[in-house]
Design a protein around this ligand. Structure first.
Ligand code: NAI
Length: 675
């Protein structure tokens, strides 16, 4: 028996069992690499070696904190070569997840045996990297080039059964260790090591066509294309191609894209544990009431039902209740159609759901989410009813986008149980949940909001109170700068194009057309009296609304639309309106390059984020950035607006904000704090 702290070797007769024990995910950190190298020496003399992991999973990745430091020997490719070349052949015995370095380890073994449902993948692309220990070289040899591209360029996880069909797993068995026992008792002839096999034949244009498709989907992101390049090297001899893969992997560790993606990965963990709820236990919520079954309420109910909760949905009358039921059923059936839910899960979900018109039915709910019209009086009435009908301790939550929760809850006796749970549309799809605490909200109630968010598979971010909370406040600053650019010389299509080029799924004007211009208009009207008179105000959006150009659904907004077609078409009427406005204001319109546009828009976005942090509405840059990534389509591979500004350099970013400020004097508050 030989030991390192993380890898143990134990002989059972002539079989050596090598066990990695490096919780939580048995990552290939330095101790594991060294332990494996030692294990290869220790197993010599055995007939066969079995490689397995303790705990919940096989090796499920690398230790990402090591990526910020210089690599330390022994390097994984060398360790894997030792395993592959070992005189004693290795059998990988796998359960849980076999990801990244874990999959690379498995491919260096002579045989692979997995428990049913074990997940296999090379997710390096998701952190802006390519695999660095032969993953791109062995995978095409093992499962074919097409499947390898499909997996490694997307980071997709395939189950053991699917990998077995592709020839990548030798056996899938319920009791995997027992299966390994019988397998090694009657060991088949040792196969040719994966790295020495030829890549099975594939279509000559496969790499090229895959590259075109990836380029379209990647929207500026580089890593998927880098992975493809590395995969294409697999047709060369392994000893020549693997070092190239390794070099590219190491180079990419220093790329801005990988830094941003790794930042986002850690930021998600940071925002899930705000200091306000450190060491605070959450209540377990099983029964939910949702009031209002329109667009948002139906989506929230769907998300809750899909996560196993019971939902009582309360509407104004029986007719509205029945319409809401249809809406929720429709959304759940849509999930079945898209393969996200099985028919029996649908039936199970529906059995936990009722849509009613009476508050008495909410009596047993532990938490109520209000999603009625955006109207203070209506919301206050709803909470008065809920308070009367629910347990005195039950949590009361509002999904308001802009109204002040303190005022909404003013009539409630125990305000410690009141909170904002701000979902994004469509609520059953969008990942972001802003959890809004008032000065009265109890930390335990906030913790329960986070636990609920986790249950609903959301990325929850804590926000204090300000107009629009974190996300919509930033959006409004972003739109304001876009309007200033319009007035000064840009046109909607140029701004949209510039932001799409940056990596946004859509520009600000096409997005407004998609979601409709009315809500923001109502908001501007509501805020008209409190707006700073020195702030520059561009009324073009108001003019469009007055002309009933409300967006796509109206057939026209910032663009015009052909019937039944969502493609925005430039509209001379709108462009003339913009140019007339500039003329009226005595502005000489000037040319803005795409870079001029995006750098201003991004400076404003980051500036607003920094103000939000300075004011204590958000706890840190991670909160602001994750709101943008998960709620507004900010490219994850840019990390988020504050991270991006830090990446391009704090000085550059702040200098740009000073330019923006000078171009629209009196309109901006410039953040000076350090974040
Ligand atoms: P909606 O108009 O689609 O739905 C509102 C529903 O509330 C309607 O079905 C209506 O019948 C029902 N309702 C009205 N008064 C009621 C009452 N007293 N009792 C029971 N039901 C009542 O509106 P939507 O878009 O779903 O918005 C709801 C709330 O969610 C608003 O506060 C809005 O600001 C917020 N929100 C909206 C987002 C969006 O993208 N639409 C995003 C995030 C939050």
């Amino acid at each position: 028996m030989s030991h390192t702290s993380l890898v143990a070797v134990e002989f059972k007769g002539d079989v050596a069992w090598v066990t990695i024990d490096n919780p939580p995910v048995n990552a290939t950190s330095i101790g594991v690499r060294q332990g494996l190298a030692d294990a290869v020496a220790a197993v010599q003399g055995a007939r066969v070696a079995v490689l397995r992991c303790a705990g919940k999973t096989f090796v499920a990745g690398a230790d990402m904190t090591e990526f910020d430091r210089a690599p330390v020997e022994p390097h994984l490719p060398d360790v894997l070569q030792l395993i592959e070349d070992s005189e004693v052949p290795f059998v990988a015995c796998m359960h849980g997840n076999v990801l990244g370095g874990g999959f690379e380890v498995a491919m260096a073994c002579a045989w692979r045996i997995a428990a049913p449902g074990t997940g296999f993948g090379l997710p390096e692309v998701k952190v802006g990297l390519i695999p660095g220990a032969g993953g791109t070289q062995r995978l095409p040899r093992l499962v074919g080039m097409e499947a390898a591209i499909d997996m490694a360029c997307t980071g997709k996880v395939l189950r053991a059964e699917a990998i077995q069909q592709l020839g990548g797993v030798d056996l899938v068995a319920e009791d995997v260790e027992a299966a390994v026992d019988s397998f090694v008792a009657d060991l088949p002839e040792r196969p040719v090591p994966v790295s020495q096999r030829p890549v099975p034949e594939f279509a000559p244009d496969l790499i090229e066509t895959s590259g075109e498709a990836l380029k379209k989907r990647a929207k500026g992101q580089q890593a998927p294309l880098e992975v493809l390049t590395a995969l294409s090297w697999a047709t060369e001899p392994f000893p020549e191609a693997q070092p190239k893969e390794r070099a590219l992997h190491l180079a990419l560790r220093d790329s801005a894209e990988s830094r941003a993606l790794r930042y986002a990965f850690f930021a998600e963990r940071v925002v899930s544990k705000p200091s306000l709820i450190k060491d605070i236990d959450a209540r377990e919520i099983r029964r939910l009431a949702v009031v209002g079954g329109g667009l948002m309420g139906a989506g929230i109910a769907t998300a809750a039902l899909s996560s196993g909760l019971s939902v009582t949905l309360i509407e104004r009358d029986t007719e509205a209740a029945s319409a809401a039921r249809d809406r929720v059923e429709g959304l759940l059936k849509g999930a079945v159609k898209r393969g996200k839910m099985t028919e029996s899960e649908l039936q199970n979900g529906l059995s936990r759901f009722r849509a009613v018109d009476s508050y008495a039915d909410a009596a047993d709910a532990q938490l109520a989410i209000e999603a009625v019209f955006e109207d203070m009086t209506v919301k206050q009435q709803v909470f008065a009813e809920l308070a009367q009908n629910m347990d005195a301790n039950a949590i009361l939550a509002t999904n308001t986008s802009y109204l002040d929760p303190v005022e909404i809850f003013a009539g409630i006796e125990n305000q410690a149980r009141c909170i904002g749970l701000h979902f994004f549309s469509p609520a059953h799809v969008m990942k972001l949940l802003e959890i809004v605490h008032t000065p009265h909200t109890a930390p335990e109630v906030v913790a329960t909001g986070f636990a609920l968010g986790k249950r609903l598979r959301k990325v929850s971010v804590l926000s204090g109170i300000c107009d629009g909370f974190i996300g919509n406040r930033m959006l409004s600053a972003y739109r304001r700068e876009a309007d200033y650019l319009l007035a000064d010389g840009a046109l909607p299509y140029q701004i949209d194009q510039a932001m799409r080029d940056f990596g946004m799924p859509m520009g600000p004007y096409e997005l407004q057309d998609l979601t409709g211009l009315q809500i923001a208009w109502a908001n501007r009207k509501r805020n008209a009296t409190t707006r700073d008179p020195n702030e520059r105000y561009v009324p073009i959006a108001d003019q469009l609304c007055e002309m009933e150009r409300f967006g796509q659904r109206a057939g026209k907004g910032w663009y015009r639309y052909e019937k039944g077609d969502r493609t925005p078409i430039r509209d001379p009427e709108v462009e003339a309106l913009i140019e007339d406005y500039s003329a009226e204001q005595g502005i000489t319109r000037r040319v803005f390059s795409a870079e001029d546009i995006s750098s201003r828009m991004l400076a404003v976005l980051a500036n607003e984020g920094r103000l939000i942090i300075e004011e204590g509405v958000a706890e840190n840059a991670e909160a602001v950035d994750m709101v943008q990534v998960h709620g507004y389509g900010f490219p994850r591979w840019r990390g988020g607006p504050v991270n991006y500004q830090n990446e391009i350099g704090d000085k550059v970013s702040r200098a740009m904000m000073d330019i923006v400020d000078a171009e629209s004097p009196g309109s901006w508050r410039v953040a000076r704090g350090d974040c």
